[in-house]
Design a protein around this ligand. Structure first.
Ligand code: NAP
Length: 310
């Protein structure tokens, strides 16, 4: 049986940098705020080894540390944090109803800060061997790969940052990239190129991941020649970008062709009273500092909306 519906001024959905900052600002503005997060505070940042580009931390800060501090700060000003997965948002008279598997919440304004999830390769063996050598999180699983030979798929900042982290444990890290030029920025490129444990395999994609109970090998395809070969591997870490966590938002607010939430000025969505911030937003720069900035802007917009309404 569902518990009694609790009412709030602002419902923030998602507890990454954008959501936690939005909740901090609305709570400090004396607006009764609930933040609903499906997993852990910090979102993707909580799974990141070290954040080196957030101002104020000249030696970097670990992902879990900054996540915990942001959560503590929002709670300090009264944010109620609930760990449940949101399944639906609907307009009910003058309020929004936010429905999770076990509860319903009402709020006068909503801030969408749902972020995005790791993109899957979609090849044979990936799903079956996830947790048995296939991983999307070096910080979570790296220690299981001590002295092993592993593959990292992708050529962006995540692939290199996580690949570099994995060299602390692995004997060898091969970065498989579908082009012959990295997308990652120059600092990470230089660090990866100088690391003796990292080797690059260019113009190549993984077409199958093989293994009985755990990853044993992969099929690699040269995208220029089409030639395929089997290569041994003890782990496959996949960092090929992200997809928006906007499944239940279809038909609720306008989304772009990739499923990201479209916003106008002041981070308003197509529905008055619903705002969006961070990686869920079409055009986001996917940086923690920007997500936090957008969380602040969405909170100020929600505040202005509520003042106008009353
Ligand atoms: P990304 O920048 O979108 O890079 C994804 C990489 O995966 C690209 O190299 C792409 O190849 C490759 N890829 C995509 N789909 C693929 C497929 N189906 N098969 C094989 N390869 C595929 O994603 P990201 O690295 O996760 O970074 C996301 C954002 O976070 C970026 O804005 C990044 O700057 C930021 N970030 C920053 C830091 C940092 O500043 N230290 C760390 C992590 C992430 P192509 O290059 O050919 O497209």
């Amino acid at each position: 049986m569902m518990a009694e519906t609790k009412s709030y001024d602002v419902g923030v959905i998602g507890g990454g940098g954008a959501g936690l900052t939005a909740a901090l600002y609305t709570s400090r503005a004396n607006l009764k705020t609930v933040l609903i997060e499906k997993l852990t505070s910090g979102g993707q940042i909580a799974l990141t080894d070290i954040v080196e580009n957030y101002p104020g931390f000249p030696s970097g800060v670990t992902g879990p540390e900054i996540s915990m501090k942001m959560e503590e700060q929002a709670k300090r000003y009264g944010t109620e944090i609930i760990f449940e997965q949101v399944e639906q948002i609907a307009k009910k008279e003058k309020q929004f109803e936010i429905k999770t598997a076990s509860n319903r919440y009402q709020s006068k304004a909503v801030i969408l800060a749902l972020g995005s999830s790791f993109r899957k390769l979609g090849v044979e063996g990936e799903k079956e061997l996830t947790g048995h050598g296939v991983s999307y999180c070096a910080t979570c699983d790296g220690a299981f790969f001590k002295d092993k030979s592993i593959l990292v798929v992708g050529g962006g900042d995540s692939a290199l940052q996580e690949g570099l982290f994995l060299t602390r444990f692995a004997r060898k890290v091969q970065v498989i990239h579908r082009r012959d030029q990295l997308r990652a920025g120059p600092i990470l490129q230089k660090r990866a190129e100088e690391n003796p444990k990292i080797e690059f395999i260019w113009n190549t994609v993984v077409t199958k991941i093989l293994g009985e109970k755990k990853v044993e090998s992969v099929i690699l395809k040269d995208v220029k020649t089409g030639a395929e070969k089997q290569a041994p591997a003890e782990g496959v870490f996949i960092f090929i970008g992200h997809d928006p966590n906007s499944g239940f938002l279809k038909g609720v607010v306008d989304l772009d062709e990739k499923g990201y939430v479209v916003t106008q000025g002041h981070l308003k969505t197509s529905v008055p009273g619903i705002f969006a911030a961070g990686e869920i937003r079409s055009g986001s720069t996917r940086q923690l500092i920007a997500a936090c900035g957008e969380g602040c802007e969405a909170a100020l917009s929600a505040q202005a909306y509520l003042e106008e309404k009353n």
